[in-house]
Design a protein around this ligand. Structure first.
Ligand code: ADP
Ligand code: ADP
Ligand code: MG
Length: 446
């Protein structure tokens, strides 16, 4: 097992990884930017190193700075969290060259998963259904041929895209060329790769994903599915498990397909296979080669700590249990509490956080790096806290969530709390009837 892990991240996920490592008897190293001096993760870790100025490019994304902290502290492994360097294959290569274990999938898997189009072709080859669409589009001629097959409405996607960015809907031919060029430009600017492709746009689909976990000896299990259809701008806000939309038969088929997809990529460690579900059909969209923000709703149902599993498996341990040994318990829901103003199109809401009250109690979990007086700076992601509840039934989980959200009281900043409260109390949410357009529709027609 590792002796010392460096956590190449900040915020709630850094706190979570540090605590998981300590539970395994492993010491920890935090890194922080000048904007994060005094942040919770720096106080919880055994050692902490400042690696540069506030902008992420000069600190959390700067591989040389992260690696020198790892070398100075003699860390034998790095956990990347999510975001920042978590999906950068080059970072994995650098870790390997420095003989430091990267806690995550192999380099080859990261390259394949990072190229959404390539991942789609790889899983289609093993019989996993994918959203109908095109290959990489280079010329207008390629585009016209592909559109003739796929039809409208369609979606442009960046092959290197992520975080809900790089997507554009096209309703008809009049906007096709203009949006094609814009999508290519945007992809080049945001991801340094102008490769785009089209997919049939599925207007009333649900986003359902499967957590998978694989050791280095070929054993793969899934930890069930997560329903993530409550989104704004293609980004998740509320997630739950199990999905209220799936029959047992479809759940079985979806989870099997996820395991097959992971096998096709020679997957190791934790990952998420994302699907769109439309009627009785499901389609693969991508695989995220990292720990996901919403992983706790799977943990509470399985009764295991996914970060500890990631660390164990990266150290070369065997999974030690099979799919049959996993028993799913009850229903879990997560709300993302972001420092954002829903009334101002989710603009970040900077300020100094004052805590009035925080939720807790049976089946209530708050994953956060929050403390009284925390400055919310404009430099990083606006995620403040993840509120997770676990109930025997979906109804119980919803009631727990309503109580817990009411007790999440902060001053000094605007958060997504009230919006989450409104959604989980709505008749549509209670009935389990929503798709990926639910929140955008609701915001348009309150
Ligand atoms: P999840 O599926 O885990 O909810 P998200 O898409 O919300 O994942 O992204 C998780 C984190 O990673 C967020 O902090 C998001 O801003 C960041 N992220 C994901 N992909 C990218 C990307 N390609 N570029 C920059 N940030 C990204
Ligand atoms: P990212 O890499 O940014 O996470 P995804 O491909 O996972 O991108 O898509 C993010 C979200 O965009 C999905 O959860 C869904 O809401 C929407 N989406 C993606 N593909 C389609 C599609 N073909 N039709 C309709 N909505 C889609
Ligand atoms: Mg995605």
């Amino acid at each position: 097992m590792f002796k010392k892990i460096l956590v190449a991240n900040r915020g709630e996920i850094a706190v979570r990884v540090i605590e998981a490592a300590h539970e395994l008897g492993i010491s920890t190293v935090a890194i922080f930017s000048e904007a994060d001096r005094g942040a919770l993760h720096t106080r919880l870790a055994d050692e902490a190193y400042c690696i540069g100025p506030a902008p992420a490019r000069q600190s959390y994304l700067k591989i040389a700075a992260v690696m020198s902290a790892a070398e100075v502290s003699r860390a034998d492994a790095i956990h990347p969290g999510y975001g920042f360097l978590a999906e950068d294959p080059h970072f994995v290569e650098v870790c390997e060259a420095s003989k430091i274990i990267f806690i995550g999938p192999r380099y080859e898997t990261m390259v394949q998963a990072g190229d959404k189009l390539r991942a789609k072709l790889a899983v289609r080859a093993v019989g996993v259904p994918v959203v109908p669409g095109s290959e990489a589009l280079k010329t207008e001629d390629d585009l016209k041929k592909a559109v003739a097959q796929v039809g409208y409405p369609l979606l442009f996607k960046a092959s290197a895209g992520g975080g809900g960015r790089g997507m554009r809907i096209v309703l008809d031919e009049s906007e096709l060329l203009e949006k094609f060029r814009a999508a290519q430009r945007e992809a080049e600017a945001a991801f340094g790769d102008s490769t785009v492709y089209i997919e049939k746009y599925l207007p009333s689909a649900r986003h359902v994903e499967v957590q998978i976990l694989a050791d280095q000896y070929g054993r793969i299990v899934h930890w069930g599915e997560r329903e993530c259809s409550i989104q704004r701008r293609y980004q998740k806000l509320i997630e739950e498990s199990p999905s209220p939309a799936l029959s047992d038969e479809m759940r079985g088929a979806l989870c099997d397909a996820a395991v097959r997809a992971a096998k096709a990529l020679g997957y190791q460690n934790a990952g998420t296979v994302e699907f769109l579900v439309s009627g009785d059909e499901f389609y693969f969209i991508e695989i995220n080669a990292r720990i996901q923000v919403e992983h706790p709703i799977s943990e509470v149902r399985v009764g295991k700590n996914l970060i500890k599993e990631q660390i164990r498996l990266a150290a070369g341990e065997r999974l030690g249990y099979s799919q049959r040994d996993i028993k799913f318990q009850g229903h879990a829901i997560e709300c993302r509490l972001n420092a954002e103003d829903p009334a101002r199109n989710f603009a970040p809401s900077p300020g100094t956080v004052r805590i009035k009250s925080l939720p807790g109690g049976h089946g209530v979990r708050l994953d956060t790096a929050l403390y009284d007086g925390l400055p919310m700076t404009p430099y990083y992601d606006s995620l403040l806290a993840k509120l997770i509840v676990h109930g025997q039934t979906r109804e119980e989980a919803i009631l727990k969530m309503i109580n817990a959200l009411k007790r999440f009281e902060l001053e000094g900043i605007v958060t997504t709390r009230d919006l989450c409260l409104e959604i989980v109390s709505s008749s549509e949410f209670m009935a389990g009837e929503f798709d990926t357009q639910f929140l955008e529709r609701r915001l348009r027609e309150p």
